[in-house]
Each structure stands twice: as structure tokens, then as C-alpha cells.
Design a protein around this ligand. Structure first.
Ligand code: AMP
Length: 394
């Protein structure tokens, strides 16, 4: 068997899957939480063998050892015979990484250099890479960047209207995130509809949320920017706001950079407005008549509708709108609320298909409108495995 080990290292977690790059089938997967402490927790599955226990994981290297051990116990040992490559999710690729890249010491240093643009994410990704390269020195390791799919955004979409010299000096531009998901989902839509020349909008609505406009397979717009804070309303992140608010709050509310960072990343979004970060809880509170939750819901939907309208204009037409990720895949309510306002674009929802519990990729429009509407479960692990396998055999 030629599987790819996919590793997604967060600041306090290690998520992994052993994936067949041809079929996407995961023969084993797991999550180690509270990495950096001696009170870590492992949840592992190798097929129907489950393994859940507390583990000591003071650093990412220890987490990699725990993963190796869990794989061994589950009957899916990580050996050079069974694994052809290790694929690493890396959040920020900066300007230089525009495609999946075979990792060597130079690539490691460059990911480290870019960390200034993603101080919460890249150091963790790098810790995962360093630990895994030590544990599996004979395997090719491939970095797959969340920003890569958006590296060719047209300059007019990628450029912020600020002093150009300062922007150049500090590499300030719109990079975009969730690229692996937007690329995977838009490709799935092209194959489902049997066309490569589609004008499509992809809504990745999870804890983080982003939207992209894709024209004939090429990303032409996306809502996240220099950081994953811009754009849509998210679980705890604000998305777009008037930058003047930051200046004002720094003067009147005694908030420094760290205070503003906390406010915008952790205390905003539907949580800041409605008191719930999970959409299921927000929807329940709204149904119970909670006014704050209702406003949070409405602000969330309004922002979505505004972006879809703008992106249809950027694309100069629209063939398909697709929902993906936790909220996009599982909330018929959000899909219906957003699409209800998009009839003028030729969007017509089939309510029964929208409410169906079918978990697969599917169309949910009634077939009589101009725009196909789809739900496509994202599968970033499979996308990373495919990229890693491709780079590894080059
Ligand atoms: P993700 O970041 O893609 O894993 O998405 C996680 C988010 O999806 C959760 O925080 C929930 O808000 C949302 N979610 C998951 N299941 C449902 C559901 N059945 N209905 C609405 N939202 C859901």
C-alpha cells in the first residue's frame, strides 16, 4: 500500500491521517490535543480499532512519537513500505511558496522567515515538520500551503490601497487562506458538472470562514487577506470592519496590539455578537427568540450575501455556488437564508434537497435556475495527500 501520512500541526495540537492518495480513503487518523503539556489527550482510530487515552506531550516531537505508537498498536505501522510521503499543512507560504514544495533545510528556514506573517500558525507547522523529519528521515516531506491556490490572484484583487513602499517592505498584500479546501472543492464541482470553464463561488463556512471566486479553475478573488481575519463573519473573528475602529479603540478603550488581536480574533464574530461560537447553539438561541443571537445570525447572512453579489460581479456571471466545511455542509438553515436573497442571480433552491441528510457531494438547486447550487464536503487531507504524492514521485 502506498499511503501518505498527512500532518496538520497546530500550536497545541497534532492532527494526522494516513490517506490513500488515489481514493482518499483514510486507513487511520487521530488527534492529539494539549500538546505542550503533560496532560495531553489522544484520540486515534485505525479502521474500527479505537484508542483514546491521556498522554504526556510536552512538545510536538513527543506528539509524533505518540502518533507512531498509536499507529503501531492500531495495526497500521508507519514504515517505508506502507508510507510514500509525509504531507504537511502549512498555513502561510508568503510570496515565495506558490505550490506544494519538497522540504529541505532551506525550505524550513523560509517557512520560519514567513512566520512573521502568521505568528500563530507557521511556528506550529514548522514544529510539526521538524519533529516528523526527525522521526521519518528517509521519507520525502512535502509542505502544502494554505495560501498557494491564491498566489496568482490578479494584482487588482491582491493589493491593498496603502503606501506602496511600506506595503512592499513588509510584504503586505492579500494572500488568502483555506486555499487547499477552495481548490479541492472547486475541482470537485468542475468534475461533478463536467465543465472546466465554470465561473464559481465557493463558500468555506467553518469556525473560520472564507469565500472565493474561481474562474475556469483559477482563483480570482478571496475574502481572507494578509491574515485569516478579513472577510466573512466567523465563529469568533470579526471579518471586515472599518480600520478606523482599531485606531479609535486604541485611543478610547486603552487597547494595545495584543488587546485588539484578542478582541478581533477571539471575542468577535457570532460569539461576540450572539454569545455562541458554535452555529448549532446560535441557531437554537435564535429559535428560542434570543434577540442578540438573531442579530448575529442576520449579520452573518448579510455579509455572505454581500460577498456573493460582489463576486458574481467580479466574475462577470455565475455558474455555481458551493457550500463546504462545518457550517456550509451541515446547516440547511444558513444555506437557505443566504440563497433566499440571491434569486435575482438565477439561484433556485430545492428545499427538500437542501434539507436532506445525505452527507455526500450533491446539487441542491431545483434544476430550473441559471446557477447550480451544491454542497461538497471538503477533504483537505486528501488534497494534501494527492499533492504530496505528486511531488514525492517527481
Ligand atoms: P469546521 O471549522 O469546518 O470544522 O467547522 C466547525 C463548525 O461547524 C462548528 O463550530 C459548528 O459551528 C459548525 N457545525 C458543525 N455541525 C453543524 C451542524 N449540524 N449545524 C450547524 N453548524 C454546524
Amino acid at each position: 500500500m502506498s499511503n501518505v501520512l498527512v500532518i496538520n500541526a497546530g500550536s497545541s495540537s497534532l492532527k494526522y491521517q494516513l490517506v490513500d492518495p488515489e481514493t482518499g480513503e483514510a486507513s487511520a487518523k487521530g488527534l492529539i490535543e494539549r500538546v505542550g503539556t503533560d496532560k495531553g489527550h489522544l484520540k486515534h482510530e485505525s479502521g474500527d480499532r479505537k484508542d483514546e487515552r491521556d498522554v504526556e506531550v510536552p512538545h510536538h516531537s513527543a506528539a509524533v512519537t505518540v502518533m507512531q505508537d498509536a499507529m503501531e498498536r492500531g495495526g497500521t505501522p508507519l514504515t517505508p513500505d506502507s508510507v510514500i510521503a509525509v504531507g504537511h499543512r502549512v498555513v502561510h507560504g508568503g510570496r515565495n511558496f506558490t505550490e506544494p514544495t519538497l522540504i529541505d533545510d532551506g525550505v524550513e528556514s523560509e517557512i520560519d522567515r514567513v512566520a512573521v506573517l502568521a505568528p500563530l500558525h507557521n511556528p506550529a507547522g514548522l514544529a510539526g515538520i521538524r519533529s516528523a523529519r526527525k522521526a521519518f528521515p528517509d521519507l520525502p516531506h512535502v509542505a502544502v500551503f494554505d495560501t498557494a491556490f491564491f498566489s496568482e490572484l490578479p494584482a487588482a484583487a491582491a493589493t491593498y490601497a496603502i503606501d506602496r513602499d511600506l506595503a512592499r517592505e513588509h510584504a503586505i498584500r492579500r494572500y488568502g487562506f483555506h486555499g487547499t479546501s477552495h481548490e479541492y472543492v472547486s475541482q470537485q464541482v468542475s468534475s461533478l458538472l463536467g465543465r472546466d470553464d465554470l465561473k464559481q463561488i465557493v463558500l468555506h463556512l467553518g469556525n473560520g470562514a472564507s469565500i472565493s471566486a474561481v474562474d475556469s479553475g483559477r482563483a480570482v478573488e478571496t475574502s481572507m487577506g494578509l491574515t485569516p481575519l478579513e472577510g466573512l463573519v466567523m465563529g469568533t473573528r470579526s471579518g471586515d470592519l472599518d480600520p478606523g475602529i482599531l485606531l479609535h479603540l486604541s485611543r478610547v478603550a486603552d487597547l494595545d496590539a495584543q488587546g485588539l488581536d484578542d478582541l478581533l480574533n477571539k471575542k468577535s464574530g457570532i460569539y461576540g455578537l450572539g454569545g455562541h461560537r458554535d452555529f448549532r447553539d446560535l441557531a437554537q438561541a435564535k429559535d428560542d427568540g434570543d434577540e442578540a443571537a438573531t442579530l448575529a445570525f442576520d449579520v452573518y447572512v448579510h455579509r455572505l450575501v454581500k460577498y456573493v453579489g460582489a463576486y458574481a460581479a467580479v466574475l462577470g456571471g455565475l455558474d455555481a455556488i458551493t457550500f463546504t466545511a462545518g457550517v456550509g455542509e451541515n446547516s440547511p438553515t444558513i444555506r437557505a437564508a443566504a440563497l433566499e436573497q440571491l434569486g435575482f442571480l438565477g439561484v433556485r433552491l430545492d428545499e427538500q434537497k437542501n434539507s436532506s441528510r445525505d452527507g455526500g457531494a450533491r446539487r441542491i438547486d431545483d434544476g430550473a435556475g441559471r446557477v447550480a447550487v451544491l454542497v461538497v464536503p471538503t477533504n483537505e487531507e486528501w488534497a494534501i495527500a494527492r499533492h504530496a504524492a505528486e511531488v514525492a514521485v517527481r
